[in-house]
Design a protein around this ligand. Sequence first.
Ligand SMILES: [Zn+2]
Length: 386
Amino acid sequence: MTLATIVRGLPGFELIGLAALDSELAVRALRCRSSPFSRRMQLRQLDESHAESRERFAIGAHRRVGTGMRWRVRRAPMLRPSMLRCFSSPAYFAVLPPVHVFPMAKFRQSAAMLREHSIAAVIDPGTISDADLMRVHTPDYAASLQTGHYNAATALKLGLPWHPTINVRARAATAGTLAAARAAFEDGLAANLAGGTHHAFPDRGEGFCVFNDVAVAVRALKRDEPVLQVMVVDLDAHQGNGTNFIFAGDPNVLTYSVHVGRNYPSVKVPGSVDVPLSRYTSADEYFDRLESTLPGAIERFEPDLVFYNAGVDVHVDDKFGQMKLSTSDMRRRDEFAIDATRRWGIPTVLVYGGGYNRTPGMTGWLHVQSVHVAASRWTLERGERS
Ligand SMILES: [Zn+2]
């Protein structure tokens, strides 16, 4: 009896990921989780599993079976979504001075395009609670966003003049990343139509990043599942110094980043796996480095959840990225990153990251392309499962 068979016998439950398909794919999906020998042992152990084991699989927590292998079974949602679930709201907009380099319109613009073309379902995530926010950020910093009295470091480094909507937008966008993570556990893939604000530190904002949405989401999820293993795959042109700082020394969070070495932030905080590139590196060199490092990092760490920062400032026409990927190179990048996690059935959350394209409207369009890749993969998986 395979795990898929066991799970099929449990009304209202499904195995997340490729392992739900059939025994052949179950073996494939689990290949990274154990050596061939222990895998055989573990599958036999599953064959002999009794009613109590099934109950343990079914309660929704992930359990270790034997050594080094985890099964994740969750209650299937009552209503299956018909499209990739994405999170956004009218609050994803903050007022900036009339001439400002940050393309604030990209959030509303991309959400509207995704809706208009029926690429994804766009859902309002509400706002993040104080309790969730304070698991990462200091009370003083959070309060300063409400009053507008930025601390000195934030005033110097954030780059967004204060307005009440700065706080409202950042809280809504942080809620979107947490909501997308919860959706990804049910659907395999989900996206926040913002987020990836990886330069934010617990006590200050930097580089247009107010709150560290991914860190807040990780800590909120870990409240329920303390041993959750999370990987951050950061392919924004810049290194996620704030995220690296927050998770430094945490064995259950792996940060992986491909970025331009000599670019903002000038002082890097080391991550778990850093792949620095030279400025304006060729697409060939970029894919060489990405493709030779990302799959191995995923297979060694065996994450339960991946946050994919699909920053679009890697585009050739970006003002700050100092990279030169074309639009089609970026599609290839998104496909590679998403396939690298989904081939193992790992729940994956796409977040926007940065983008400052010289062509008006292009930044939002590039984000739409990333979400379109995720939506296409999600539709493909759904077809394979049904
Ligand atoms: Zn960036």
